[in-house]
Design a protein around this ligand. Structure first.
Ligand code: DMJ
Length: 455
């Protein structure tokens, strides 16, 4: 059964081709959910208008000091590009049209700045590509192609695994000690760029990086936290699903689904089996995924945090609903220790180790995937908890503020672009009609930019 939804987008229209899945049945959205979706949209506009007022054209809003923060000496407009497709999904078409016009008229990558390849790829390249697919505006693809070409020198290492930094104008690269997330979270964006431009080089380079990393797994099938891309030697053997590793696993599964890439399928299946065997940890408080040595499998830490909370989404997408549900309950328990999510928790004691919270989206993302694949209203309840806590503790007069300490609720003068690109997008999708996005045909990159196989 096929649905076609026409979304007016300024003078353009966007065609979403959605294939309904057999389970669970599409349900009518209840009035309460529709009202909550509208509320999320209003909160998006509250944060977005503060960005426009105090940080327009810059990287990020600083909500407490009513100023902005740039990553480099010249801005790459990260928040504007990152937030563009959230506006489209929320039906804020006029605002999206204006933002798109501002981006194409003002954003240039011909800058003498040294950027972090991973962040620029997932936020800017991903945002431009999804914007292009949703708005059908060739100028966005042209910008993406220009950016992709400027990032390519990162892959010129002896192993083909990318350096961390590159100068957008000179192509000079730096920093050989990298990590699986930064090496292996590139193929959705570079692969899509190849498919849309007809230039195979992007796909080939990002795929080789992923395979080179996978090939350096231990005999247990595990990878570590840091590796030297020149020598191929592991620098830190700590194996987990948190920061520096997380989205490597996400992209193995998603690249199989998006590109029907059989190598990715095989790498995903082997890797996730090793995670279940060596990292999964059943303790009285539930199922968690901790930290082990990649070579020996010896358990090192009972740590889990906000970044780790991505895994239920990926497990649900891969069809493992049982583990996904149990792990999401653990993440929810972590959220409820302080009524906001800590960056790091010791799950053997339920004590918070790092009390920061930069407004991360992973726990909402997992609730959304589980809601989509199970239809269980439990995940809407979780969504309500997340939303209420954010409104209560994080909302400021001018946008939303991150936290230095979720226990004392001390705020931090920071609103990362992923709050608009991801956190509010997934919260919105939890309450919006289920058919807004079909997770069977749309693949979100790790920054929540929806990519469809239009090629
Ligand atoms: C985002 O930039 C992405 O989701 C990335 O995969 C992890 N870090 C942030 C959100 O936590």
């Amino acid at each position: 059964m096929k649905f076609h939804i026409l979304v007016l987008c300024g003078s353009l229209f966007v065609l979403f081709s959605l294939t309904a899945v057999s389970q669970p049945a599409l349900t009518t959205t209840r009035l309460e959910d529709a009202q909550t979706a509208e509320r999320v949209k209003a909160e998006f506009l509250h944060a977005w208008s503060a960005y426009k007022r105090y940080a327009w054209g810059h990287e990020h809003l600083k909500p407490l000091s009513r100023s902005y923060d740039d990553w480099h000496t010249e801005s790459l407009m990260t928040t504007a590009v990152d937030a563009l497709d959230t506006m489209i999904l929320m039906g804020l078409n006029e605002e999206a049209g204006k933002t798109r016009d501002f981006i194409v008229e003002n954003l240039s990558f011909d800058k003498d700045v040294e950027v972090k390849n991973f962040e620029i790829t997932i936020r800017l390249l991903g945002g431009l590509l999804s914007g292009y697919q949703l708005m059908r505006d060739d100028r966005l693809l042209k910008l993406a192609d220009d950016l992709g070409g400027r990032l390519l020198p990162v892959f010129d290492s002896p192993t083909g695994m990318p350096y961390m930094y590159v100068n957008l104008r000179t192509g000079k690269v730096r920093e050989a000690v990298s990590n699986p997330a930064e090496i292996g979270t590139l193929l959705i964006e570079f692969g899509t760029l190849s498919k849309l431009t007809g230039k195979p080089v992007y796909y080939e380079k990002a795929k080789q990086a992923l395979v080179e990393l996978f090939n350096r797994r231990s005999s247990l099938g595990l990878i570590g936290e840091q590796i030297n891309v020149e020598t191929g030697v592991w620098v830190d053997p700590s194996s987990h699903i948190g920061g520096r590793i997380d989205s490597y696993y996400e992209y193995l599964l998603k690249c199989w689904r998006l590109f029907d890439d059989k190598d990715c399928e095989q790498m995903w299946k082997e890797s996730v089996a090793a995670l279940h065997k060596h990292l999964a940890h059943e303790v009285p408080s539930g199922l968690w995924y901790g930290r082990v040595d990649m070579m020996t499998g010896e358990r090192k830490k009972t740590w889990f945090g906000g970044l780790e909370a991505f895994l239920p989404a990926v497990l649900a997408l891969g069809g493992d609903l049982d583990r996904a549900k149990r792990l999401q309950e653990s993440s929810y328990a972590m959220w409820n220790v302080a009524g906001l999510e800590p960056e790091l928790l010791d799950y053997s004691t339920m004590k918070i180790l790092n009390p920061g919270y930069p407004l991360r989206p992973e726990i909402m993302e997992s609730a959304y995937y589980l809601l989509f694949f199970t239809g269980d209203s439990r995940y809407r309840e979780m969504g309500r908890t997340f939303l209420e806590s954010l409104i209560k503790y994080s909302r400021t007069e001018n946008g939303y503020a991150a936290f230095r300490n979720v226990e004392t609720k001390e705020q931090k003068d920071e609103m990362e672009s992923f709050f608009l690109a991801e956190t509010l997008k997934y919260l919105y999708l939890i309450f919006a009609p289920r058919e807004t996005i079909d997770l069977n045909t749309v693949v979100f990159n790790t920054e929540a930019h929806p990519i469809r196989r239009t090629w």
